[in-house]
Design a protein. Structure first.
Length: 483
């Protein structure tokens, strides 16, 4: 382990190391955090479990989100450079753990990005009016629209973050405006007609089985602060602007999540909330009550922009993981290629998009849309949180070392943040295996969850121990023959 403060990038460097442009500024990062952390598309899935989830939000914000912010700032200061969760785990726990961390971070987004595309389709049909909302149930239309959006996002991000970042920024603005409209309508309805939510709704239910799953989704919804460090080589002066951007992005996201959950419950009873269209459903219901039904279409447009930004942010950020792994030779080297004109990791972006397109297509041949959405989301929760075991474990290992050198935070702060974070992460992973209310077959769900988790970990081991060693052996053979 390296405890000293690193003053230069720790990512792999070769004589021909690809150069990425530093185009992200403080405002870009704050909006990136908002669009990546605050995802309105997970709110209906959580709010469907009732007002008791507000307590879970507060617990997760205190014991997971706050430690996450400390971890991101501390580790980005010690180990700057492209790679984020991949780089940090590699530096502190070794090459395989770094690869596994990055692999899980990447593959979870292969499932999450398709859910974002489907969510976009479900919301965007509200733009064209009441008579066309049934288009969301048309498989050909939904599939075509989802693939078209994904292709557009890939092209814009290949052209470069200098262009692609504006999709993220528009998504951040769209998220803020959509959340403000949602919360504002909720406050207006509350003022005129009173609250449909009572104190009894905040009590823990007699059977908390479905609520348990939502805690994992809540922690999943709060990840994203580490995304900027995944693109560390593309931030202008990261040590100066990253801490403030993390703070502002975190405060805004926490406020918006709790406000949106409460507002959704004011607008629609938890029994009637759709996990795909719940936000627009709530706005439509509340707007009709205050005589402003005209605002549903503009709101759906704003939310669609926000969802496109979410897809762009996670597509661009997670594609940097196979890019760095390609440079490290644990995955095919061509994944580490940079576009000769735009200086972006185009090969990794294309591979990510192709796999996501396949999963979008598979989505339409399985169970019902809401059940499929929930199954993909739950497995994404598990894979997404595995890297956070390494992130919080890194804080504990750094702080407990006899050769500890302070970087941004003191030893007690790192120990407390690391301890709270790792316990909360383990709990969130465990409860994700409890089926949500939308699941019809518990056996099929558990097979999907356990089988999917083991499959992706096994694939990581294959690429690292089998593919990586074979590639290293091929490189050594010519040298031995020459000797």
């Amino acid at each position: 382990m390296q405890n000293e403060v690193v003053t230069s990038a720790s990512a792999p460097v070769t004589p021909a190391a690809p150069h990425l442009r530093r185009v992200l500024r403080r405002g870009d990062l704050v909006l990136l955090f908002v669009v990546a952390v605050f995802n309105l598309n997970v709110v209906p899935s959580i709010a469907a479990n009732g007002s008791v989830t507000v307590w879970l939000w507060l617990i997760a914000l205190l014991l997971f989100f706050w430690p996450q912010g400390i971890a991101v700032i501390e580790l980005a200061h010690r180990y700057p450079g492209e790679g984020g969760v991949y780089l940090w785990a590699k530096e502190i726990f070794g090459d395989f753990h770094g690869f596994l961390s990055g692999w899980c971070y990447w593959t979870n987004n292969m499932m999450y990005v398709p859910t974002v595309m489907l969510y976009f389709v479900g919301v965007s049909v509200f733009i064209v009016g009441e008579g066309h909302r049934s288009l969301a149930d048309n498989k050909f239309f939904a599939l075509s629209a989802a693939i078209l959006l994904l292709a557009v996002l890939v092209v814009l991000n290949i052209i470069g973050l200098g262009v692609g970042k504006w999709i993220n920024n528009l998504g951040g603005v769209g998220t803020l405006v959509a959340a403000a409209v949602l919360i504002g309508l909720g406050a207006l309805v509350w003022t005129r007609f009173g609250a449909s939510v009572t104190a009894a709704d905040f009590r823990i239910p007699a059977n908390p089985r479905f609520v348990l799953n939502s805690f994992g989704v809540i922690c999943f919804g709060l990840v994203g602060l580490e995304l900027a460090s995944v693109m560390g080589d593309e931030i202008e002066n990261p040590r100066r602007i990253l801490p403030g951007a993390v703070a502002w992005g975190g405060v805004l996201s926490g406020f918006l999540y709790i406000g949106a959950t409460l507002t959704l419950l004011v607008g629609v009873s938890k029994q009637d909330i759709s996990v795909l269209q719940g936000i627009v459903q709530a706005v439509s219901h509340m707007a009709a009550r205050v005589g402003a039904s005209w605002m549903v279409a503009p709101f759906a447009f704003l939310l669609s922009v926000s969802i496109a930004g979410i897809g762009s942010a996670w597509l661009a950020g997670s594609a940097r993981i196979p890019f760095v792994a390609g440079l490290d030779s644990y995955m095919p080297a061509w994944l580490g290629r940079v576009h000769p004109k735009y200086s972006t990791p185009y090969a990794a972006l294309i591979v990510h998009a192709v796999v996501s397109m396949i999963l979008v297509i598979v989505n339409f041949s399985g169970a019902g849309v809401q059940e499929t959405f929930q199954k993909l989301l739950s497995l994404a929760v598990v894979l997404q949180l595995i890297p956070f075991l390494y992130i919080f474990g890194a804080l504990l290992k750094i702080a407990s070392s006899n050769s500890f050198v302070r970087a941004r935070y003191s030893r007690p702060t790192l120990l407390f943040a690391g301890g709270c974070g790792i316990v909360t992460t383990i709990l969130a992973i465990a409860v994700a295996f409890f089926p949500a209310a939308q699941i019809t077959s518990v056996l099929a769900y558990e097979l999907w969850m356990f089988g999917g988790t083991l499959l992706f970990i096994a694939l990581a081991a294959f690429f690292f121990f089998v593919y990586g060693r074979r590639k290293a052996a091929r490189k050594l053979a010519p040298a031995e023959q020459a000797g």
